[in-house]
Write a protein that binds this ligand. Sequence first.
Ligand SMILES: [Mn+2]
Length: 159
Amino acid sequence: MKILIVSDTHRRNENLYEVVERIGKIDVLIHCGDTECPSELIEEIAGCHTIIVRGNNDFFSMLDKERVVNISKYKVMIVHGHTYNVSLGVDMLVDEAMSRGANIVMYGHTHRPHLEVRDDIVILNPGSLSYPRQEGRIPTYAIMEIDDEGEAHFSICNV
Ligand SMILES: [Mn+2]
């Protein structure tokens, strides 16, 4: 099972089209917020089941700000992150993930890719596909792959 995780596309979907085409078959698309466009459009581009949360720039969105979903044996918390002050670090986010019993927390907002394991919680930010802010400013996305044993493997990839 292959899950594509993206964030902060801010109405510029060229790289999303590109990545979806490049990867081929994906089972689920997770978008960590700030699509600034209708969910239906993201779903159409993805061509698969999508999970999208609302970002700080999704003013007219009716989407939930947070989702907690089960993927394989994992409980995955998905948020945009601005409500947890992620620009200052992920301590608050990790505390919340822990209190909810989540194994994985996915967020966006910073436009900087981040993959870390802390206290047995996987912390993942796919970065931004449209407006990257990390050193070098290369657009990034993440892949979560579930192997035959049900174990998750994560990677952050450049567009
Ligand atoms: Mn953003």
